[in-house]
Design a protein around this ligand. Structure first.
Ligand code: NDP
Length: 443
């Protein structure tokens, strides 16, 4: 059995009931085979076995009182996966589906994504099975305060800097930050995605969606194409989906779909960004309400975004939302490029379909790295006690995304897998972390 197969079977045996984590490890390790074969030191010092084991995993009770005076209990997580190249960095997800395996898959991916940004940030992720949907602001605050009362023991501006993810936006970050400051007495950049009045960065809200479009545009440009005049389908209607929609439209594309966990909308005239933003960010409503703004748009219950013919598809909701059949439908309908806004939105089988059909495919750890990159820029501004203009941050984000494209394209080419950006992103992200780990000894 090869070294990689050996490590993989160990991961499967040691992490039962964590299918998403095993899926993420399997994808990364399979891409790394040529790198491991070419560098015996990684194997000699058992680096792969070390990199798949989190440095630390914290699981804690989060009790809080709901509006009926009833005590509720959720489970909190923070997985500090790898600090070889910087303090742990990665979002917090509040969603009922959250469990240790999901947080570990996200934390593992985050190591390589953060490395790809070229910035000094390690990998981590956290969250809770708490569902903010349908809760009052007071209930969300009570939960966030209880969550931070425990989490604050393990984080800090130079230790671990969480951010938002599904279910954690500006409101939640505000409540979390207030409680951190109250307990520790420290006014420091311990969270990113903060409000602009207390240390947040301009363009952080837009960053993941904008970054996704910057890298897709770069990928198309290198293939002699562009987003101008293209039809784009997007799933999700949260932070990533909305700002991908906005930037795609600014680049001259027509975005025709958005979705949430109940259903999806199709607007043949192009999505009205302001209407969608108001529904999701202001009213915290459902995407179905879009019909109140545009009566001629369509709403369908359930899943279906990938049946709509498009040139470019951008899955921006959640993991494993695009399967083999969806991928085949997209290819059959003439899709030329896919950019993953969400983390691991395509199943392994779907990725195989994209790679075999040779359409352009930008994997999540490269394509959605704009969020964490801009979070790192927020950390820099906090350390300097300065704030940069929107244009400054946006220009840096654009530069980072173009560079990530180059890194993944060059790494793929170096190993004879031209245009296989899955392998390219994994290899480019891995090398820097692996070399830092080697330099730091057996830790
Ligand atoms: P939001 O909470 O703002 O939005 C999530 C969207 O996805 C909502 O439309 C939500 O619908 C939908 N969704 C969530 N879970 C499911 C599900 N199980 N089935 C169907 N739809 C679902 O989250 P973000 O936009 O921040 O995150 C979206 C994705 O992007 C995630 O994979 C996240 O990890 C990734 N990401 C986010 C970054 C960021 O900066 N925010 C950075 C990098 C990656 P509903 O409202 O019905 O739940």
């Amino acid at each position: 059995m090869s070294y990689i197969d050996n490590v993989l079977s160990g991961v499967i045996a040691r992490n039962p009931a964590q299918p998403e984590f095993i899926q993420a490890v399997d994808e990364v390790l399979n891409s790394l085979r040529p790198v491991i074969d070419a560098n015996s030191k990684y194997q000699d010092l058992n680096l792969i076995e070390r990199i798949v084991e989190p440095e630390r995993q914290i699981i804690f009770r989060v009790p809080w009182v709901d509006d009926n005076g009833k005590v509720q209990v959720n489970r909190g997580y923070r997985v500090q996966f790898n600090s070889a190249i910087g303090p742990y960095k990665g979002g917090l997800r509040f969603h009922p589906s959250v469990n240790l395996g999901i947080i570990k898959f996200l934390g593992f991916e985050q190591i390589f994504k953060n490395s790809l940004t070229g910035l000094p940030i390690g990998g981590g992720k956290g969250g809770s099975d708490f569902d903010p949907k349908g809760k009052s602001d007071r209930e969300v605050m009570a939960f966030c305060q209880s969550f931070m009362t425990e989490l604050c023991k393990y984080i800090g501006a130079d230790v671990d800097v969480p951010a938002g993810d599904i279910g954690v936006g500006g409101r939640e970050i505000g409540f979390l930050y207030g409680q951190y400051k109250r307990i520790t007495g420290l006014y420091e950049g311990v969270l990113t995605g903060k409000g602009l009045t207390y240390g947040g960065s301009l363009a952080r809200t837009e960053a993941t969606g904008f970054g996704l479009i910057y890298i897709v545009e770069e990928m198309l440009k290198n293939a002699g194409n562009s987003l101008e005049g293209k039809t784009v389908t997007i799933s999700g209607s949260g932070n990533v989906a909305l700002y991908a929609c906005k930037k795609a439209q600014e680049k001259g594309a027509k975005v025709v779909t958005l979705s949430d966990s109940n259903g999806w909308i199709y607007d043949k005239n192009g999505i009205d960004f302001e209407a969608a933003r108001e529904i999701k960010e202001v009213k915290r409503g459902r995407i179905k309400e879009y019909l109140e703004y545009h009566k001629d748009a369509e709403y369908h219950e359930g899943k279906g975004v990938w049946t709509v013919p498009c040139d470019v598809a951008l899955p921006c909701a959640t993991q494993n939302e695009l399967n083999e059949e969806d991928a085949k439908t997209l290819v059959k309908n003439g899709c030329i490029a896919v950019g993953e806004g969400a983390n691991m939105p395509s199943t392994k089988e779907a990725i195989d379909v994209f790679l075999e059909s040779k359409i352009l495919f930008a994997p999540a750890k490269a394509a959605n790295a704009g969020g964490v990159a801009t979070s790192a820029l927020e950390m820099s501004q906090n350390s300097q006690r300065l704030s940069w203009t929107f244009e400054e941050v946006d220009a840096k984000l654009n530069g980072i995304m173009v560079n990530i494209y180059k890194e993944m394209a060059d790494a793929a080419k170096e190993y004879g897998m031209e245009n296989n950006f899955v392998a390219g992103a994994n290899i480019a992200g891995f090398r820097k972390v692996a070399d830092a780990m080697l330099a730091q000894g057996i830790v």
